[in-house]
Design a protein around this ligand. Sequence first.
Ligand code: BGC
Length: 366
Amino acid sequence: MKRKHSLVLVGMLGVAMSLTACGDDSDSGSEGSEGSTGDSSAAAGKIGVILPDTESSVRWESADRPALEAAFKEAGVEYDIQNAEGDAERMTQIADTMIGNGVTVLAIVNLDSESGAAIQEKAESQGVATIDYDRLTLNGTAQYYVSFDNTLVGELQGQGLADCLGDKKANIVFLNGSPTDNNATLFADGAHSVLDPMTNFTVVGEQAVPEWDNEEAATIFQQLYTAADGKVDGVLAANDGLGGAAIGILEGNGQAGKVPVTGQDATVEGLQNILAGTQCMTVYKSATQEAGALADAAIALVNGEDAQTTGTTKDSESGREVPSILLEPLSITKDNVGDVITDGGQTVEDVCTGSYAALCTEAGIS
Ligand code: BGC
């Protein structure tokens, strides 16, 4: 199957490359972007992707969208990428429109499993295949789940925080992701599995942040910090946005840089905080890899073939084993910030601005 698929891909690529001059009408605005190779044989399939929002992480618009566009263009398939702007009803409407416009594969990053499963059920009834992109839809019907090993993401965060804290006794606060995001559960479980057995650490506060809302995260962290009488020595924050919120509060209390904070997504802000010493680590998940895996799975579905999977993931609600392509996340500390840049995850121009230029030079990034 793999070889057959690769051959088809190579064939499509050849066609796409000879036709690059025609019909690419992509637009990079946050509303949506569509692209077409203008090739009728490759256009036998059209892939729709619905991203979740622009607020819970900058990754969706700044990393995933361009990576998805590049992957679909390279594969020579038509695509339509939209963003639900944090509104599940809007995601449902976009899905309806995409199905009406003839997408053959629909990939979603669900805003909650219930609305995601309803979208998938409807798609299936119209003969449209679905893929879970990044977040598993519990009780869903997706043919494939394309993501990273999210338990491992949490383990890397837990280990990263433990490494930054060392052997001393320390009080830890957990700032978890959205309770409606299955990934947030996996991140927290992974982090707990590393930190809980370490007897020198005490969890003095833990709360999930609805919709990963960064502003609410600051309020929640302030409350947890106050409840702990300011005796907080480390923060397990589930992504860079939540980490940034905690750092803001720590700054107001003269503690930024003294209290290690974790993150995820290797955002510009996260990497700058790591260089400045206010954040201890982040987790890099290559958007190019994830988008490429989605494009491969979607094209296999278009061609009626099996995608190459890394295994299955058990849906904790339905018990279904969902065929999965899970990629490997990478732990990033001050020592290897440069790896994100080398890999194309961020650029020197974006990270090494203003006062960060000197810190980049110090870290050997140029
Ligand atoms: C993703 C993270 C992201 C978070 C908020 C999670 O499902 O895996 O990369 O930071 O959602 O958007």
